[in-house]
Write a protein that binds this ligand. Structure first.
Ligand SMILES: [Zn+2]
Length: 364
């Protein structure tokens, strides 16, 4: 492809970006106006466990998803049209998506006969309309990707692992679910070890990578929402990474905190109690039960049981079965120390992986 045609395409891209930015701005005004009407209505009560994990409500309005959805189900809340990106250099496609307010996940696949660096597939498809901040997955021909004899799309199970939090919190609001007026911080800062000073986002990533390694041993394809600390990925975007990967399970890994330093143990959260997650509730519950049981068997930790949650953005945006494992309390001095030990991290990872494999029907 010649230099001139590339330049021409960039000019086209800039024009399109301006148009989409204008549409997005107008839609934001509509959303703000509707949000303003809803603020002041009753705060929803929920049967939450004592811990404040993992997402803190910033602004609560009537969260009835059916009410907010019917008020907002118009094209005005889906302001961004996904542009056609296949055949475009992946760097250029990334710039284009970010410029219109969409987030990007890039998945490299062996280049083979394809031109390295070009986008060969995208999800969602061109022409679909999304809310700002939605994730588009670009599959591109990656000369560094290992050539595999397998088919491009994995035949076996796929698990999306989300190591909770990140180095710096992003307190900008995002809707708690699709079309919701209620918002939460995009991603909170997470806890800190009361004795060790270990940050939760670091611990979550260490354990997540251990789980990844264990699952891959059994042929599971693992998609990570992040592999470093210095990212800015909201909880809804994390769910969309799992959705776009068509994951069999969205596995979120966190550690807990409480104002009561004596509280310790493991719990596993699963989505339930609202219309958004009704389609994934039962499968999520099954996965949560298997994982909780195996982590307890492997660690001997206190059983803080399963918890159904309607208020977690990372669940409400998910269209695939989802669980969130709270691996222990950073606010408990003894458990904090244990969580920092690699031998204990291995036990947690063994338990989580075993539970996931049982859920997937993979025999060890
Ligand atoms: Zn957390």
């Amino acid at each position: 492809m010649g230099k001139r045609s590339r330049a021409e395409r960039l000019v086209k891209v800039r024009g399109r970006r301006k148009r989409i930015a204008l549409v997005a701005g107008a839609a934001a005004v509509v959303v703000l106006a509707i949000g303003g009407v809803l603020v002041g209505s009753a705060l929803r009560t929920s049967a939450e466990p004592v811990s404040a994990e993992p997402e803190t409500i910033m602004l609560a309005a009537d969260a009835s998803p059916t009410a907010t959805r019917s008020a907002l189900t118009s094209e005005s809340v889906l302001p961004v049209e996904v542009p056609p990106l296949t055949g475009m250099p992946v760097d250029e496609a990334t710039v284009l998506l970010e410029a219109v307010g969409l987030a990007v996940t890039r998945v490299g696949t062996p280049a083979g006969e394809l031109t390295p660096g070009l986008v060969i597939d995208q999800s969602p498809e061109p022409g679909e309309r999304l809310t700002a901040g939605s994730v588009v997955t670009l599959t591109f021909a990656d000369p560094e990707a290992v050539v595999s004899t397998a088919t491009p799309r994995p035949a076996g199970p796929v698990v999306c692992i989300d190591p909770g939090h990140q180095a710096t919190a992003d307190t900008d609001p995002e809707p708690v679910g699709p079309g919701a007026a209620e918002t939460k911080a995009k991603v909170s800062g997470g806890g800190t070890g009361v004795t060790t000073g270990v940050r939760e986002h670091e611990l979550n990533l260490v354990i997540s990578l251990k789980v990844k390694e264990r699952l891959e041993r059994y042929g599971v394809t693992v998609v990570m929402t992040r592999t470093t600390a210095n990212v800015d990925i909201s909880n809804s975007q994390r769910a969309q990474v799992a959705n776009n990967a068509r994951a069999d399970l969205f596995l979120r890994i966190h550690a807990d905190s409480s104002t009561n330093a004596s509280v310790s143990g493991v719990s596993t959260l699963y989505p339930g109690g609202n219309d958004w997650v009704a389609p994934i509730r039962l499968r999520s519950l099954r996965a949560a039960g298997l994982i909780q049981r195996e982590v307890l068997a492997s660690t001997g930790a206190t059983d803080r049981s399963l918890a159904e949650r309607a208020d977690i953005a990372g669940f409400n945006w998910a269209t695939v079965p989802s669980v969130l494992v709270e691996t222990g309390f950073l606010s408990n001095p003894a458990e904090d120390k244990k969580l920092a030990e690699e031998a204990y991290q291995d036990k947690i990872a063994d338990g989580i992986a075993r539970g996931v494999l049982r859920y997937l029907g993979v025999t060890e």
